[in-house]
Design a protein around this ligand. Sequence first.
Ligand code: 7TS
Length: 418
Amino acid sequence: MNAAAALPAATDAALDVARVRDDFPILAREVYGKPLVYLDSAASAQKPRQVIDAESAVYEEEYANVHRGVHYLSQAATDRFEATRRRVRAFLNARSEDEIVFVRGGTEGVNLVARSWGRTALKEGDEILISTLEHHANIVPWHLLAEEKGLVVKGVPIHEDGQIDMDAYRDLLTERTKLVAITQMSNALGIVTPIEEIVRLAHDAGARTMVDGCQAVSHGAVDVRALDCDFYVFSGHKVYGPTGIGALYGKAELLESMPPWQGGGEMIARVSLERSTFKKPPHRFEAGTPAIAQAIALKAALDYVAGLGLDRIAEHEAMLLDYATERLSSLDGVTIYGTHPNKASILSFNLEGAHPHDVGTIVDRDGVAVRVGHHCAQPAMQRYGIPATVRASFALYNTLDEVDALVASLAKVREFFA
Ligand code: 7TS
């Protein structure tokens, strides 16, 4: 991924993980009398003090509703809320802050695109291409829309190694394809997709593109202008920010052409009893009181990762992933899902003879938090003929010792089921 413009420059030195860990108060706690080993950041990342402080400072110092008050506090809160929009613009390297719509998270971003753009731009028989790697958030909204409008949703298959089958993708792209909605990084397998090529081929075929960046944004810089995607979504909570806030990027001319998807306060130009007219994007898509403190604190999260340097974060996580892959492979009866070299930060696996839920429960007693289940990515599980996996996901605050703790705990699981 390309370095985004306008982010504070980081130095070349490796990540100082001990210092970074001090920023995350929760990492100092114990569970069941054992040090917490948090390997579930793909579900939600822990928060640094900088984000926690930014959110509580809003309530302690400058809280009021935004975009409506003439009074001092409302204007101060509005300024800070809009400062995050500018920050997200820089984070994604969008052209304009008007291309950044605040949403609750990735799920809401996809639903917005489906409900607003999809409902008006697509017609019966049109095709939407998704992939086997998608999170349900980038599948179900398209199914709902397809049901309503008579659209066809098709899935691009993946190879055994978890990577998108680009030949199959080329074959599936036809003049009927009107949207390609594909992830930049799989939450279930950690595979990083060739998203630039996917977008380029879609555009060559005349289709619009929506990139699910929920997993990708915390592992490398994103440049939506270089990528040239039409829409891009991400959730704040996976990039060390608060829950309840995320962003949808949409190209200005597309957002301009789209109708509101929710009606209410703050998105209107004028309302009479008979009819309403609407504001321009992005406010047209932001009905009601938003997640004010969360949005303001999202800026602190984006500043935090930029300050450390996304390249350095990615390098550290790649080191953890390589080490974990090697150590896990040395255990008997381990199957790793997603073996294509282009992957980041996620290790999805099963232990022969042990149900993933049992594995998760046993390692939890050693203080090791992993996610088990289908990871809201059932098509990927179906591809491998399994109901679930164990998923360890690594973040900027994880250490090699924590990988060792996971492996030691898994060795106990092996003994238990031997
Ligand atoms: N897309 C991807 C690729 C995701 O990983 C997730 C959440 C979403 C969309 C939805 O994001 P939300 O913030 O709106 O929920 N993924 C996960 C996960 O892997 N474990 O818990 C949530």
